[in-house]
Design a protein around this ligand. Sequence first.
Ligand code: FAD
Length: 417
Amino acid sequence: MSICPEDAILLAETRLVVREACTECGLCVAACPVGALSAPGTAAPAATEGRLGEHCDVVVVGAGPGGSTAAWQAARLGLSVLLLEKRQEIGSPVRCAEGVPHQSLVDFVEPDPAWISAIVDRAQIMALDSGRVVQHWEGAGGLGYVLERRVFDRMLAERAAQAGAQVRVKAPVVGFLHGYGTVCGLQVSWQGQITEVKASVVIAADGVESRVGDWAGLDTQLPLEDTMTCAQYLLSGVDWNPACLGYWIDEEIAPGGYAWVFPKGEGRANVGLGIQADLGRETALSYLTHFVEREPTLAQGSPVTLVAGNVPASLPCRELVGDGLMLVGDAARLVDPLTGGGIVNAMVSGRLAAQVAAEALEEGDTSAQGLAPYQHRVEGAMGRRLARDYRLRERFPPDRRATRTFLRIFAVATGGK
Ligand code: FAD
């Protein structure tokens, strides 16, 4: 960074890295526009108090698709809403292959080229055994999109703001406030201070690594066998049909999971894989490296980003509500256990949470009992489908997935016709 005389600080993605050459001269401390750096042995500069300390009807934790949809819909229903995101940039870094079906998306927003990288209407699925293709399916898939989530997620947060929600970035929630045995707000690290935010309802949309539900005593544990560990490159310079999604099911390529190629237009593609966390002998990244090397069309591409992340492949959390609290999206484990798709489920659950919050506030009962309709409506909207796909995953253990029946099931789950 230009301010450092030793050239010891560099910007990696959105994080600062300090090299060993740093002499702790302190020049960067004075230059930091948000007062986030401090000289060794001194306290961080006093922070100014932001506008966080007010009471809101609803506080939403996490500005992913689930949280932003919840905040947007709650604000539309006339509630006072605060949306808190720990990262400094909503939607970044992207930890997602970004595929969504058209039919589910248009229930929320009209498709917009600003946040769509590719329109897809075909799929090909290959099942391999000891490196040999034993099953192959190729055909029309449901119409769908590969999103540009960096833009899509931000668009949803902007919708929330336009509807009247307060949105705050770089505002990690670090704890809970309890009053009379119920959740009544949150502790937020905001501009160098821990600030308290009071709220009648907390919507936890803090993703797969969710802490909020756990703080409230809900069982959000994710066993290893129900966790998919993923790694993904955005490859540039790939020769791949821009309208076709590709899937590889193979115990060697991705034990307990699958590999994918989702085109992003202009010779780019999200190329990644997920492995069942208890089955991998190596890291997901090692499996991904082998996969790309063995596929000539992919090996010619260059990785321009690398992301890693986990996907829940479990049943939804048994309890989705607590006193003053609802779990949404990945935080509630509302991800399809066969495909790993969770964007639309997060949005659907976010909308339901907002509706139930409005009704509960109207009734003056935000206890677990008052919020119980949320649990019923989520179960009605997706419970059976998620339970069925979880059972199918169990019925077809990894060594039984290179079969015709499983291929057909997988094709239907991923939108194939
Ligand atoms: P997230 O999108 O994870 O958002 C949670 C937000 O909460 C984040 O912004 C996070 O920074 C914030 N947060 C966390 N803790 C705090 C805190 N303490 N305070 C404040 N903010 C906090 N799904 C699909 O539908 N299609 C796909 O193609 C697809 N591919 C995937 C590929 C990979 C490699 C992975 C890992 C996942 C994929 N998924 C896919 C799943 C999808 O990304 C998730 O299901 C979806 O993002 C869930 O949305 P969410 O809003 O629940 O959580």
